[in-house]
Write a protein that binds this ligand. Structure first.
Ligand SMILES: Cc1cc2nc3c(=O)[nH]c(=O)nc-3n(C[C@H](O)[C@H](O)[C@H](O)COP(=O)(O)O)c2cc1C
Length: 179
């Protein structure tokens, strides 16, 4: 699979088989994802692999959109992606490096998420990044340590569907040139 085939072929998967995600394979994916670029190589993204009873409880933290409960019920594993706060986009004295404030840590977490999802796809796994969940409730359930912030949940497993790609905007809408 070429990089282009991987990027274009990856889809958000919302129904999974019951086959568990092997922990050894997950660890390989995390190692691959660790090669994502990050602010001054701070590598602030962290991954919590949630399975079993706690995953079932996490699936209930979806009162803002029940669709994500069905996804998490179907997936054998959910990755809670967190970021170590106060590093990406920050100076050593704790001040912001730029006017974007805390924006860079979310930027880094976003890059890490996509690299993780692409690595998973290349290994035959499906993923979907989820932003619609009850954040405070999920963070408490997952016992997110002090100094980390829960960014997104990523359902992962072997796909039980192969959805078509949602339409993409034409390049002309996305790109402008300036001289
Ligand atoms: C930040 C972010 C949050 C998302 N939140 C959800 C979500 O809560 N539930 C869901 O089913 N999909 C969610 N998605 C998946 C998008 O709907 C999906 O990426 C988009 O429709 C394009 O489809 P594709 O990933 O198959 O290319 C999210 C994606 C991103 C990047």
């Amino acid at each position: 699979m070429t990089a282009k085939e991987c990027i274009i072929g990856r889809r958000s998967i919302r129904r999974f088989t019951q086959q568990p995600v092997p922990h050894e394979l997950l660890e390989q994916l995390i190692e691959t994802a660790s090669f994502a670029p990050s602010w001054k190589n701070t590598q602030a993204a962290r991954y919590i692999a949630v399975e079993g009873e706690r995953k079932d409880k996490l699936a209930a933290c979806t009162t803002i959109w029940a669709g994500n409960k069905a996804i998490m019920d179907s997936a054998p594993m959910v990755i809670a992606l967190t970021v170590v706060t106060g590093r990406s986009g920050f100076e050593r004295d704790g001040s912001f490096s730029t006017g974007k404030g805390t924006g860079w840590q979310m930027f880094d977490a976003g890059i890490a998420s996509e690299v993780f999802c692409l690595a998973a796809y290349e290994q035959g796994l499906g993923t979907v990044i989820m932003g619609l969940y009850d954040e405070a409730e999920a963070a408490e359930l997952l016992e997110i340590p002090d100094g980390q912030e829960l960014v997104a949940l990523i359902a992962i497993g072997y796909p039980a569907q192969s959805p078509d790609a949602p339409q993409r905007k034409p390049v002309a809408d996305l790109l402008t040139y300036k001289k």
